[in-house]
Design a protein around this ligand. Structure first.
Ligand SMILES: C[S@@+](CC[C@H](N)C(=O)[O-])C[C@H]1O[C@@H](n2cnc3c(N)ncnc32)[C@H](O)[C@@H]1O
Ligand code: SF4
Length: 377
């Protein structure tokens, strides 16, 4: 099984923390949509006939697409790929795009899951982040979507914001419960190079929270999840029963995916490919019927590292049987040798035939991975 990702690289304005590949030149949208459609056709063989289980419109801001544009893209996918019955089809949306009119129209498409970028239910946070919606608009977008029949809704929240504390973080989490949202992606704020937040931090106009505060907000998040029936199935992802993101789970289980659009990545077990991070360059290449993507063939070491990085972050952990089948006994012994200290220090737990992060291990996941992966020569 496999997935298709469509990158919609436009935003009405840039949020002060975000360095994703996106542009405010929305006038390029019609040309881009034509190019996306054409790329889908040109790359119809990339998945080598494998069935498509999930489709994901990510961004940028996919909710800037009209319903006609969404339908045209989906029609071509269904024309050129074998899509399973009842695929998961997600659209990332900004709350202020989700008017009742838009959601009603959206419900008539095949989109059956919404991932709404709420970030915070607190107005002062939203202003600080340069979001273009209010807390009330965020709440209304969820209620409108539910009233229109969307029953698989995810939201993104950011914690560890400057000036934040456990109390206001908990306020955000409680809103999730009262709105009966099924899935949460919760990210700790990171200061990305070139963003307004990073610039303000360097100029000491904005102060990151302390490490203790970050840890206590993350602990609060884990406690909240356990109390409210949210499974913590990946470091940043929480879902009520049956509502995991199938698309992202595909990535973590190393299934194939095709990435359409500028800056999109694709993976087919043997190689990885990525499109140019430049909208005009992308459109021009597609117009000439020559998609320009760079490809890298994965070595056994790349595959090994990929396996560890993607699986350790999930609640299923590293499947030691699958690992040995793919990489052999010697590499498994090496892995267990490297993991030994972390098991002794209770950062990793060996449970049956899996290697899992413990609650304490989650905080040092990156350090553990640095130890477990193999450096390429
Ligand atoms: C690329 S955005 C797309 C979603 C949509 N455009 C929106 O903003 O609502 C995906 C998510 O990444 C998260 N994100 C982006 N930059 C981040 C940062 N520097 N720190 C923490 N989370 C970040 C936000 O939660 C955001 O919703
Ligand atoms: S967070 Fe979303 S809306 Fe904000 S700049 Fe990034 S992609 Fe655009």
């Amino acid at each position: 099984m496999s997935g298709i990702y469509i990158h919609v690289p436009f935003c009405k304005q840039r949020c002060y923390y975000c360095d994703f590949f996106t542009s405010t030149q929305i006038n390029q949208k019609p040309e881009l949509v034509l190019a996306l459609i054409q790329e889908i056709e040109l790359r119809k063989d990339w998945l080598a006939g494998e069935k498509v289980k999930t489709i994901y419109f990510g961004g940028g801001t996919p909710s800037l697409l009209s319903v006609d544009e969404i339908n045209s893209i989906l029609t071509v996918i269904f024309q050129y790929f074998e899509v399973i019955q009842n695929p998961e089809i997600t659209l990332e949306a900004n709350p202020d795009d989700l008017s009742l009119k838009y959601i009603t129209e959206l419900k008539s498409t095949r989109v059956n899951r919404l991932s709404i970028g709420i970030q915070s239910f607190i107005d002062a946070d939203l202003v600080m982040m340069n979001r273009r919606h209010t807390a009330q608009q965020a709440i209304d977008s969820v209620i409108n979507a539910q009233n229109c029949g969307f029953n698989n809704i995810s939201t993104d929240l950011i914690y560890g914001l400057p000036g934040s504390n456990e109390k206001n973080w908990l306020l955000n989490l409680e809103k999730m419960v009262s709105l009966k949202i099924q899935h949460l992606s919760a990210y700790h704020l990171t200061y990305e190079k070139g963003t307004v937040f990073d610039d303000r931090r360097k100029k000491q106009k904005l102060f990151p929270v302390s490490e203790e505060e970050s840890i206590s907000q993350f602990n609060r998040l884990m406690d909240w999840a356990a109390q409210h029936g949210f499974e913590h199935y990946e470091i940043s992802n929480f879902a009520t029963e049956g509502f995991y993101s199938k698309h992202n789970t595909n990535y973590w289980k190393q299934e194939k995916y095709l990435g359409i659009g500028p800056a999109a990545h694709s993976y087919n077990i043997h190689s990885r490919a990525w499109n140019p991070s430049n909208i005009s360059q992308y459109i021009n290449a597609i117009k000439k019927l020559r998609p320009e993507f760079e490809t890298e063939t994965l070595t056994l070491i790349d595959k090994h590292n990929e396996f560890l990085i993607t699986s350790l972050r999930t609640q299923w952990g590293i499947d030691l049987i699958a690992f040995e089948n793919q990489f052999g006994k010697e590499w498994k012994e090496r892995l267990m040798q490297q993991a030994k200290t972390y098991i002794e220090n209770q950062k990793l737990n060996r449970k049956n035939q899996s290697l899992l992060l413990t609650k304490e291990g989650i905080f040092v996941c990156d350090a553990i991975l640095t130890e477990l992966i193999i450096e390429s020569e």
